[in-house]
Every structure is written in structure tokens, then in C-alpha cells.
Design a protein around this ligand. Structure first.
Ligand SMILES: [Zn+2]
Length: 103
């Protein structure tokens, strides 16, 4: 997480954000999980593999999700609702893409 937290948008991220702001581009569809498109200023982002900066509850019956503002100090953390372990809100091998990423 420390490496990812030090990453900054590159020229491609910034160009896509400027294209969206100019009305040339409707959305960014990405497999990246680093959140750099949002950092660059893109607004309509479809993250096929979700985002490493969110955590979600590992208990599939619990819907807890939270956006992190910095890397967690201790991993794994526990869900404040059900005390199950939290996990990164990213798609792991064998998991489906998130429903909100489908058209
Ligand atoms: Zn939970």
C-alpha cells in the first residue's frame, strides 16, 4: 500500500481526464485498481476490478464498504458491523466483476 500511496497520475491519466472535461470522452473503463484516474480528475470511471483504496467485509451477508484515505495501519482489520475480516475491494481470481461495472 505504501508504494501505491506514493503513485501519482501520469500523462495518460491526465490526458484522459482533460478529454472527459472537454466532452471528447464519455468514460474511462479500466482494470487498474489504483484510483489514479480519479486522482487525475476523471469523473465517469468504470473500474472493472474495483479499487484497492476501498475495503469491504469478507462476510458476503454484510454490505459494509469503506473508502480509505490512507493505507491501514494494521491488516487485517475487522468490520465495524459484524466483526468479520475486511479485505481489499478488488476482484480476485475467479471472482466476477462488480455489478456496477457491467452495462
Ligand atoms: Zn461485516
Amino acid at each position: 500500500m505504501e508504494i501505491i500511496s506514493g503513485a501519482r497520475p501520469n500523462a495518460a491519466h491526465l490526458s484522459l481526464a482533460r478529454m472527459e472535461a472537454a466532452g471528447i470522452l464519455k468514460a474511462v473503463i479500466t482494470q487498474n485498481v489504483d484510483g489514479l484516474h480519479a486522482s487525475a480528475g476523471s469523473r465517469n470511471i468504470i473500474e472493472l476490478h474495483d479499487n484497492i483504496w476501498r475495503v469491504k467485509c469478507s462476510n458476503t451477508a454484510c454490505s459494509f464498504k469503506s473508502l480509505l484515505s490512507k493505507p491501514p495501519e494494521s491488516i487485517p482489520s475487522k468490520c465495524p458491523r459484524c466483526d468479520s475480516f475486511l479485505r481489499p475491494d478488488v476482484v480476485w481470481f475467479g471472482e466476477p466483476i462488480p455489478p456496477e461495472a457491467k452495462y
